[in-house]
Design a protein around this ligand. Structure first.
Ligand code: NI
Ligand code: MN
Length: 228
């Protein structure tokens, strides 16, 4: 199984039989290098309604004829844009066994705005704990640090965690290191930084502070692949 980093908060997870994409902010990402039309997946997961996460979700799901896995309220916004799109609605704390893997939806501490229609509307932000093949992956979405990460660290044996480190809208470097200590995962990568000036961070500082804390940190460049 591999995880490909597609910039910002976008991960493409490829198992031997399936692939799923999380937060596909591609065509509007100034750093984007790949064609959205080339992506074919079994599911699209979206953590919240901000455009740097919704991105090309609708186009990818429609083309792949696969569901978008989202919190119920955000799913209704997708359906208002395109009635033919398949939505798998979930809510926080719920989990569901798909044929490609198991998804648990978690809380995230972040903004609730949905940036898909002209009318301002709302939907809770979430994270995802994904069990695919024999690996356990945590994508926390956009979030500030929260104490229940300690509970997740005790409940789950994470193989791979993507940590937002950009600050301003999410955890910064210092808070992400606290989060990493609580989550006790085998591997960490940084996400949600340097895409825009307002979330600029020195990722080498993050990497050094992670390794000083005994945490296994990998910085992935655009389209880098993490192999288990
Ligand atoms: Ni956001
Ligand atoms: Mn964001």
């Amino acid at each position: 199984m591999i995880i490909k980093y597609l910039g910002h908060s976008c991960l493409l997870i490829e198992s031997s039989d399936n692939s799923v994409i999380i937060d596909p902010f591609l065509s509007s990402n100034p750093q984007n290098k790949i064609k959205v039309a080339d992506i074919h997946v079994s599911a699209v997961l979206v953590t919240h309604g901000h455009m740097d996460h919704v991105g090309d979700a609708l186009e990818i799901a429609t083309r792949s004829k696969c569901p978008i896995i989202v919190i119920d309220e955000l799913g209704k916004h997708f359906m208002s844009k395109d009635k033919t799109v398949k939505i798998h609605p979930m809510s926080i704390g719920g989990s569901y066994q798909f044929d490609w893997g198991k998804v648990k939806m978690t809380q995230a501490l972040h903004g609730i705005g949905v940036e898909m229609n002209e009318v301002l509307s709302y939907s809770m932000p979430v994270g995802f704990i994904i069990n695919i093949e024999d690996k356990l992956i945590y994508h926390p979405g956009d979030t500030g640090l929260f104490g229940d990460m300690e509970m997740f660290g005790n409940m789950y044996d994470f193989d791979f965690v993507a940590l937002p480190i950009g600050g301003n809208f999410t955890m910064d470097i210092s808070d992400s290191i606290v989060a990493a200590k609580l989550l006790k995962a085998k591997n960490y990568i940084p996400i949600h930084y340097n895409t825009f000036d307002i979330i600029k961070q020195d990722v080498e500082v993050w990497k050094k502070r992670m390794s000083d804390a005994g945490l296994n940190a990998t910085v992935m460049q655009y389209e880098d692949v993490f192999r288990f």
